[in-house]
Design a protein around this ligand. Structure first.
Ligand SMILES: [Zn+2]
Length: 231
């Protein structure tokens, strides 16, 4: 897999010392019911943007992520899981987590396979955010909070930032891309990592870059998309 290029604005000597990973924690492919971009196209565009590894967080499936992995892409397998209490993301998964369970049981199953619990767009009620009661129930299990979602309002992102601080969780950012153009609109640059524990440690030295998606993209994905063939 080609490596991401040296970052603009990073001194060349520093880049030699520390290889940086550029990551977008919240990305969808056509494996999601509401996205029509084939996983292969997402991966190719991510590479152009220097995003690697590619985090794939489809709704209630890891099929797209696994298929990309199987053909050699550097992928972190994630899933945006529909729980009985709202949605939550599992990162660094080995297997899919069933939908429809309580938030507590979902978090337990994510942890049982060595994954991380990533609370995405909290408080965004129009997008199945986890209820406040459920957040309280799993607060000890939450590893990361999405302090910036590319499709959320600045007000909701500010609330997420405050929640992250109060929970003592690690901050994450995700474009929540359902289209090629939205991919990588926000991202993190951090030292390269190996596995979930190393990722969490090194995330503390990451730089968060926050940019919102154009409103047309947010509107289109909010209205839902058509299902297309996977590859
Ligand atoms: Zn999403």
């Amino acid at each position: 897999m080609p490596r991401a290029p040296a970052r603009a604005g990073t001194p060349a000597n520093l880049d030699r010392l520390v290889q940086l990973a550029r990551i977008d924690l919240h990305v969808h492919t056509a494996a999601s019911f509401d996205c029509d971009v084939p996983p292969g196209d997402v991966a190719k565009h991510a590479l152009k943007l220097g995003l690697s590894p590619l985090f794939v967080t489809d709704h209630d499936t890891i099929e797209g992520a696994l298929r990309l992995k199987a053909i050699g892409w550097s992928v972190v397998v994630g899933q945006e899981i529909s729980t009985a209490d709202g949605d939550v993301i599992g990162l660094f998964l080995e297997s899919a987590v069933p939908a429809g369970m309580s938030a507590s049981e979902t978090a337990r199953q994510i942890k049982a396979q060595g994954g991380l619990v990533y609370l995405q767009h909290p408080f965004d009620r129009r997008r199945h955010a986890l209820s406040e009661k459920a957040i309280e129930a799993i607060m000890e299990q939450i590893d990361l909070v999405e302090v910036f979602n590319g499709r959320s309002s600045s007000e909701l992102n500010a609330k997420a930032d405050a929640l992250c601080a109060s929970l003592g969780a690690a901050p994450g950012v995700g474009s929540d891309a359902h289209s090629i153009r939205a991919l990588g609109r926000c991202f993190i640059e951090m030292p390269e990592f190996s596995g979930s524990a190393d990722f969490l440690v090194k995330l503390g030295r990451g730089r968060l870059v926050r940019r919102t998606s154009p409103w047309r993209m947010r509107l289109r994905t909010a209205m839902g998309g058509s299902r297309k063939p996977l590859f």
